[in-house]
Design a binder for this molecule. Structure first.
Ligand SMILES: NC(=O)C1=CN([C@@H]2O[C@H](COP(=O)(O)OP(=O)(O)OC[C@H]3O[C@@H](n4cnc5c(N)ncnc54)[C@H](OP(=O)(O)O)[C@@H]3O)[C@@H](O)[C@H]2O)C=CC1
Ligand SMILES: O=C(CO)COP(=O)(O)O
Length: 311
């Protein structure tokens, strides 16, 4: 089966590099005037990887969509016809702010004849590209297709587990970014490792509550795509979401233009919570911080002054 990757950012490039160990891969980017990706420094491109800026070169059976969640909808609006009918694997970790939908729903709406899947889980692009061992989740509602894609996209260093719970897998990856911002903010503000552990644990409860309300199986959230990625992202400064939180907590500026999926996703979550009638205090606080509605100096009081309750 042929493979193309859309989005030559850090993650798309890393996936293309590792998949090229198994056969030819086409990597599409809108600006590919480089031989080493500045978003993924120190990684050589293997000979089986073909770089292109022409969508027509991406007529593969399986296409990985590795664009940020907030730009995916716009991309699909222009290119849906070309990609419909293929296996379309979303690699984005976010909720679209304008529709409040995850990438898989955007893809299904734009490309109704496509097989929609999600590839997610704990994995920094730099680790994948260097061939370090990584375990991810491949989610597809069709169990046979899930098995086929699992085999196609697993490599010697990339071990994929499969599930049919697309909603759960996708939301785990999106929501962990929101909690990672909160964990970073706790550390950046000097609240300490114990506070971070509380944020991670109560954040995980929020992730599970929201995902279940949207139809996910709670056990999916306890897997690689949820808890696994939450642990990684809340404990490593390789994470951009965690670093953004660190900067918020410390009152420092953060590099503009960095992909921080959790900021827009927190706002989407804050819009979803009242519609679903659920409370998501940490995520709603992150939305307030990201929008500048809430000052960091008030954040702790907002969480600690909530009524006492059962765990
Ligand atoms: N980096 C990582 O470790 C991981 C990332 N992910 C997920 O992968 C997704 C992509 O992230 P990542 O690769 O890291 O992001 P990067 O910031 O590294 O790259 C973003 C890419 O998107 C492209 N892009 C932005 N806007 C558009 C647009 N309107 N049309 C076409 N292309 C566009 C950029 O192109 P240009 O360079 O021309 O601006 C760039 O190639 C995110 O959802 C992220 O959460 C998942 C797991 C790990
Ligand atoms: O999703 C990731 C790791 O699994 C990457 O995290 P960041 O987007 O926070 O860098």
């Amino acid at each position: 089966m042929s493979v193309a990757v859309i989005g030559a950012g850090a993650f798309g490039t890393a996936l293309a590099v590792v998949l090229a160990s198994k056969g030819p891969v086409t990597l599409w980017g809108r600006d590919i005037g480089w031989s080493e990706n500045p978003r993924l420094p120190g990684i050589d491109l293997p000979p089986a990887l073909r770089l292109t800026d022409r969508i027509e070169d991406c007529a593969a059976e399986t296409v990985l969509l590795a664009l940020p969640a907030q730009v995916l909808g716009g991309f699909l609006a222009e290119q849906a016809q070309f990609f419909d009918g293929r296996n379309l694997v979303s690699c984005a970790k976010g909720i679209d702010l304008s529709t409040l939908q995850g990438p898989s729903a955007l893809i299904a709406a734009a490309c109704p004849a496509a097989t929609v899947a999600v590839l997610t889980g704990p994995s920094f692009a730099a680790d994948i590209a260097r061939g370090l061992p990584t375990a991810l989740t491949l989610a597809c509602a069709d169990p046979d297709k899930a098995e086929t894609l699992q085999a196609q996209l697993s490599t010697a260093s990339l071990r994929l587990y499969r599930t049919t719970d697309v909603t759960g897998a996708e939301l785990g990856g999106a929501l962990k970014n929101v909690i990672a911002i909160a964990a970073g903010a706790a550390i950046g503000a000097g609240y300490g490792d114990s506070a971070r552990a509380s944020v991670v644990t109560r954040g995980f409860a929020e992730m599970t509550r929201l995902a279940a309300a949207l139809g996910a199986r709670p056990e999916t959230l306890a897997g690689l795509s949820g808890l696994g990625d939450l642990v990684l992202t809340c404990t490593s400064e390789q994470s951009r979401n965690f670093r953004y939180g660190l900067a918020l907590g410390a009152g420092r500026d953060f590099a503009a233009g960095t992909t921080v999926e959790g900021a827009a996703t927190a706002r989407a979550v804050a819009a979803l919570a009242p519609k679903l009638g659920i409370e998501l205090p940490i995520s709603q606080l992150v939305a307030g911080l990201a929008e500048g509605r809430v000052a960091m100096k008030h954040a702790l009081d907002i969480l600690l002054n909530r009524p006492l309750k059962e765990e």
